[in-house]
Ligand binder design. Structure first.
Ligand code: SF4
Length: 299
């Protein structure tokens, strides 16, 4: 990719994206990825039976202190590839039978991904994002992304500042999620129950933040009719959380139950609720460059 001046995410750094290290996200123009493989631990409508073709991008425009993918998001582990190689990777995953192409943390590579999707793909494309997005960047993907899978992490600017260094998180995420739903419309499934299009909003309950979780669910119920909700309970103290409020512990069962009860009271029945027992390191994929290079003997 040619270098370009980037204001693609809410950080709006206007950094010259050339070599790795530019901008708040610390990434250059070319994509950097840490893994490209079938993934079986997404929501059942996304992973299905043959897996979701997950491509994990390195770097990030957020700085979540509790990130489970810290080595790639904060430390930038991964391999630089070309846009052409990224597109080849899509087809390798499709040949392996994956139901969709799942772009994990794609926001800061919007320019490269936009190019890689020219000509479309024969399976749905999933934009799997932390939710910190600009509406004008998302508009570039209208018709190219069939499924949006955003987090809605915070509604309170103090939590967003402390935990992700982005006090304006909700100012951007709120309008961005409305735009995602506008583009996709309500969730549609195929005859096997695999998603074809739609928006599924993920919310991870954080320890000590049950009340904020309930406010987030209130906002979703009021503002995103037709979106599904995936309530996640897999929080584990990861990354750099020592001494940071309650983030150095797991969820208490009573916190989890209060939020699940609130979800039910709101009638948000379409979607998924993770069991509290889902908090296990085994759900974190290995960032070992699987699938990043062409299969041996091909190139
Ligand atoms: S994508 Fe990266 S370089 Fe571009 S505005 Fe966001 S943080 Fe800055």
């Amino acid at each position: 990719m040619e270098p370009y001046t980037c204001s693609d995410c809410p950080r709006s750094c206007n950094a010259l994206r050339g070599e790795i290290g530019s901008g708040f996200c610390r990434m250059g123009a070319d994509p950097v990825i840490a893994r490209a493989a079938p993934h079986y631990d997404e929501e059942p409508v996304i992973s299905g039976t043959r897996g979701s073709g997950a491509i994990f991008f390195s770097g990030c425009a957020l700085r979540c202190r509790f990130c489970q993918n810290y080595p790639i998001s904060h430390d930038g582990f991964g391999q630089r590839i070309t846009v052409e190689r990224l597109r080849e990777t899509y087809f390798e995953l499709i040949e392996q039978g994956c139901h969709n192409i799942n772009l994990v943390n794609p926001t800061h590579f919007a320019a490269a991904i936009e190019k890689s999707l020219e000509g479309g793909l024969p399976v749905p494309v999933v934009w799997n994002t932390g939710g910190y997005e600009k509406v004008e960047s998302l508009r570039r993907f209208e018709g190219k992304i069939q499924v949006y899978l955003p987090d809605l992490k915070y509604i309170n600017p103090d939590s967003a500042r402390k935990y992700s260094a982005a006090k304006d998180y909700f100012d951007f995420a709120g309008p961005a999620l409305k735009e995602m739903l506008r583009q996709t419309g309500p969730v549609e499934l195929d005859e096997e129950g695999i998603i074809l299009r739609g928006t599924i909003v993920r919310h991870l309950i954080l320890p000590g933040c049950a009340e904020e979780s309930m406010c987030i669910l209130d906002w979703i119920a009021e503002n995103l009719p037709g979106a599904w909700v995936s309530l996640m309970a897999q929080y584990l103290p990861f990354g750099n959380v020592a001494g940071l409020d309650a983030l150095d512990r797991r969820l208490f069962p009573e916190e989890y139950e209060a939020v699940v009860d609130h979800l039910m009271e709101l009638g948000l029945e379409d979607g998924f609720v993770q069991e509290l027992s889902s908090s296990d390191e085994k759900y974190i994929p290995s960032f070992d460059l699987t699938g990043v290079n062409p299969p041996k003997g091909e190139k």
